[in-house]
Design a protein around this ligand. Structure first.
Ligand SMILES: *Cc1c(COP(=O)(O)O)cnc(C)c1O
Length: 447
């Protein structure tokens, strides 16, 4: 059966099941009035109007499923929140770098924040505008710099003195001028998971705040660089506004001191990091985030750059998986599913929590560890979830649109999952499941 071109009729709201996720939040309309892209209808979990069971039948599992409406809505909400001032939303490509996702955002007019030449190639292949690309990262190679200079990107977010010198040399060779912004380390505590905190003194990222002024003075004397802005990125999955406000204040203080020396910055880049709700977190609403930043910027004539990743893509995707085996033990019950840490690393890496929903709603059940087939005790997707399961059932690992597919690997020689984007009543395959032959294609035995 082919889903594409065979629309599934939308059912009305009255048909929705009285389902609740494991956090006890009823489905349907969220508090914000936005429609939930993944919702139960007639007891079955749908992506927009497409039943997830049909996606599993057609494309197999494990499979990432995205909602076009959710991605569009989250990008627009972010952009609209800053409508009152000069700004550019540069989606952080590493959150989800699938071409269809990038293309959708490019069509909406998004900019992009890249961290490698590979991500630049993806943005260009997806139709992104290089004049809206900023290039972050601590280890840009000379080759990546050349690639970005020839694409004419908007700005390099420079993270060290050595990088500044290398960029000057590469730009000179290429006969180009590079726009630069120094990524400063504002030394504010984002109060997030230590692996995703980046704005503290002990982190590898950015330039120490105390050193930034001198480096700007040097940058100004470099013939193939133009000083464009200042930026930071203090961490990911932040659930409070205060660290963003402190970081912005620090950067504006620096901008003022530079201005006094005749160095005018055209933009301030606050980075990404706005958190989302996976379980019971209460991250700031985008509107409040925008208001807090705008309040600090006042009427300064400076453009605001933003680099959200998770906040745009996280809620727009889920990972669809099938139960292979149930193991009911004396101590614990295991549900062995066909998705694993190679598909979704966040639980293994950060002990992250993702909601797990049955595709066919059912109440009661037992407490399960949801684990994958990979030979690692750290290979789990969720701990202690109460679910009524049978072998062969489908499960949805929710809020997996960001740092899911983009962090996946081939560990245990597992082909990477298929990806499907749903648009209303249609499901489009946007990435085929990898074939085993592709996994081995570049290897050769000894002569
Ligand atoms: C990862 C990253 C982002 C995006 O972070 P989110 O938490 O996904 O919003 C933005 N900027 C830089 C430099 C990053 O490294």
């Amino acid at each position: 059966m082919r889903l594409q071109g065979s629309p599934v009729p939308a059912e009305d709201e009255a048909g929705s099941a009285e389902a609740r996720n494991s956090a006890g939040i009823p489905f349907g309309r969220k508090k914000t009035g936005r429609v939930n892209p993944f919702d139960y209808r007639n007891n079955e979990l749908h992506a927009e109007s497409v039943p997830l069971s049909r996606i599993a039948e057609r494309y197999g599992t494990p499979c990432y499923v995205y909602s076009r409406a959710a991605l569009t809505e989250s990008w627009r909400a972010f952009d609209d929140a800053f409508a009152g001032r000069d700004h550019l939303v540069c989606y952080a490509v590493k959150a989800n770098s699938t071409l269809a996702v990038l293309n959708l955002l490019a069509r909406l007019g998004s900019g992009f924040d890249i961290v490698s030449g590979g991500e630049l190639a993806r943005v260009l292949a997806a139709g992104g505008d290089p004049r809206k690309v900023v290039f972050s990262g601590v280890g840009k190679s000379a080759g990546e710099m050349r690639q970005a200079l020839s694409a004419d990107i908007l700005c390099f977010n420079v993270e060290s003195e050595s990088e500044l010198a290398r960029l000057e040399a590469v730009a000179a060779q290429a006969g180009k001028t590079a726009a630069v912004s120094l990524r400063v380390n504002p030394d504010v505590d984002p109060r997030t998971h230590p692996y995703i905190a980046t704005g503290l003194k002990q982190n590898k990222f950015g330039i120490a705040y105390e050193d930034a002024l001198d480096l700007y003075r040097r940058a100004r004397t470099m013939r193939h660089l133009t000083v464009a802005g200042v930026g930071c990125h203090i961490g990911s999955q932040l659930t409070e506004l205060a660290p963003f406000v402190s970081a912005l204040d620090r950067m504006l203080g620096l901008a003022d001191r530079l201005q006094a020396e005749g160095i005018t910055l055209t933009h301030v880049d606050i980075g990404g990091g706005l958190g989302i709700r996976y379980r019971d977190e209460s991250p700031p609403a985008v509107a409040d985030y925008a208001r807090a930043l705008a309040g600090r910027l006042g009427n300064r004539a400076v453009k605001l750059l933003l680099e959200p990743g998770r906040a745009l893509a996280g809620h727009a995707g889920l990972l669809l998986t099938r139960v292979e085996y149930l193991k009911h033990g004396r101590e614990r019950n295991f549900a062995v599913v066909d998705a694993a840490m190679n598909d979704l690393l966040r639980p293994a890496l950060y002990d992250a929590w993702h909601d797990v929903l049955p595709v066919v709603a059912a109440s009661g059940g037992r407490v399960y560890e949801i684990v994958g087939p990979v030979c690692e005790s750290g290979d789990f997707l969720a701990h202690a979830r109460t679910l009524a399961l049978r072998e062969g059932d489908l499960l949805a690992i929710m809020t997996a649109g960001a740092y899911g597919m983009s962090m996946s690997s081939n560990y245990n020689t597992r082909p990477r999952a298929a990806e499907v984007m749903v648009d209303g009543a249609q499901a489009h395959l946007v990435r085929e499941r990898e074939a085993l032959s592709e996994l081995m294609a570049r290897e050769m035995p000894l002569p």
